[in-house]
Design a protein around this ligand. Structure first.
Ligand code: ATP
Length: 364
């Protein structure tokens, strides 16, 4: 083998490596393969890009929106399916009545019987029975698909005249009170209004028949005459017969408009009926701060005759306790304002160094 000063050539296949000179043993590698690889990689990437082209931002956004819409449509169809599954049957609708009409329907239905009872008690015969209205009302009860519109018609003074033109005027006390408006909105206790939803207590509502002079609209005087004027004895007797669980006294409150508007938003005001139905039992009200427990519940009680000297079984004090004297003053003042009463008269309070005690219907 030659080794001194001569170039050495290595032959490996097609490529040749050369080592020249003795002072440098540098190995020069061919670059062809790596170039080829790079070219191949670039071609592969290009092919990939052709298959999956790069999207711009707006295109990505549009794609996302499409996906979201697809998802929404999917959930919508799912919920529609669920709704269809639990749909209320047509027959079951007849059981769904608005609670506001329950009492009125019972009253309307029992009107002829009530009148008959009243007249028979007085030893008289009923001069007129409104059979047409009875038929209409019983229809109303049986075909309950649309009970409310008809009831609403009856519940307005205009329509009372429509149904009773030339006939004796039969007006339920509640309707008369609505028609009187400001005349009936005094803070005097009104007797005879039933609070409970049951129909059985309706027969304690005294109703008067007032024959109309001509075919005219009933005047305010006519309507006023329908409201029974009970003596103190009658009131006591009616309270005694009802027992402690029935409500016979209603205190009407004229609140300022701003208070009425604010009250509507308080969650507890929507629960008034439930609370008043449960009031004869021991119960605890749990509600979030500011829902109206302290200021509204005493008002519910006050309006239904609690703390009223006129009420036989509910005469007492609506007592409210507060953990701090500032809260006592603030809530007592607020309730006084909302009810339009006087602090130190109907509403009283007592803290360590200060007190205002009057009739004390509501006491803090
Ligand atoms: N002094 C006041 N002035 C103005 N608004 C008041 C006053 N006191 C109460 N309110 C209003 O009445 C609402 C009911 O308050 P209330 O004190 O009855 O709530 P609550 O449920 O008893 O709260 P808490 O659990 O903190 O005692 C409040 O959200 C507030 O809007």
């Amino acid at each position: 083998m030659e080794s001194s000063g001569l170039p050495v050539e290595l032959m490996t296949g097609q490529d040749s490596w050369s080592l020249e000179g003795s002072d440098s043993n540098a190995l020069i590698l061919p670059t062809k393969r790596s170039k080829k690889r790079k070219e191949n990689n670039l071609e592969l990437e290009k092919a990939k890009e052709k298959q999956n082209p790069k999207l711009s931002k707006s295109q990505i956004r549009k794609l996302k929106m499409l996906e979201e819409e697809k998802e929404k449509a999917f959930w919508l169809s799912k919920s529609i399916e669920a709704l269809e599954k639990y749909k209320i049957l047509e027959d079951a609708y007849s059981l769904l009545w608005s609670s506001k009409t329950i009492g009125l329907v019972c009253i309307i239905e029992s009107l002829p019987t009530l009148n008959q009872n009243m007249f028979s008690k007085a030893g008289l015969e009923l001069p007129y029975v409104d059979k047409s209205s009875k038929g209409r009302d019983s229809n109303n009860l049986s075909s309950s698909s649309e009970p409310e519109p008809e009831l609403e018609e009856i519940d307005s003074r205009k329509d009372i005249s429509k149904y009773h033109i030339g006939q004796p005027l039969i007006i339920e006390i509640e309707v008369a009170r609505n028609a009187l408006g400001p005349l009936a909105s005094s803070q005097e206790p009104v007797f005879g209004k039933d609070l409970g939803p049951s129909c059985s207590s309706v027969d304690t509502v005294p109703i008067k028949e007032v024959p109309l002079k001509d075919n005219s609209t009933p005047s305010e005087e006519d309507i006023k005459n329908c409201i029974p004027k009970l003596s103190a004895d009658d009131r006591r007797e009616s309270n005694m017969s009802k027992g402690p669980l029935s409500a016979s006294t209603v205190v009407h409150v004229l609140r300022p408009d701003e208070v009425e508007n604010k009250r509507k938003d308080l969650p507890i005001v929507m629960m008034e009926q439930e609370i008043m139905e449960a009031i004869n039992e021991n119960f605890i009200i749990c509600g979030e701060t500011g829902c109206g427990k302290t200021t509204q519940v005493p008002q519910f009680l006050y309006e239904s005759g609690f703390g009223s000297s006129q009420s036989t079984f509910r005469s007492g004090i609506i007592g409210v306790t507060q953990p701090h004297h500032v809260a006592v003053l603030a809530t007592a003042m607020r309730v006084t304002f909302e009810l339009g009463l006087h602090l130190g008269k109907e509403v009283g309070f007592q803290v360590r160094h200060d007190k205002k005690i009057g009739d004390r219907m509501i006491f803090y």
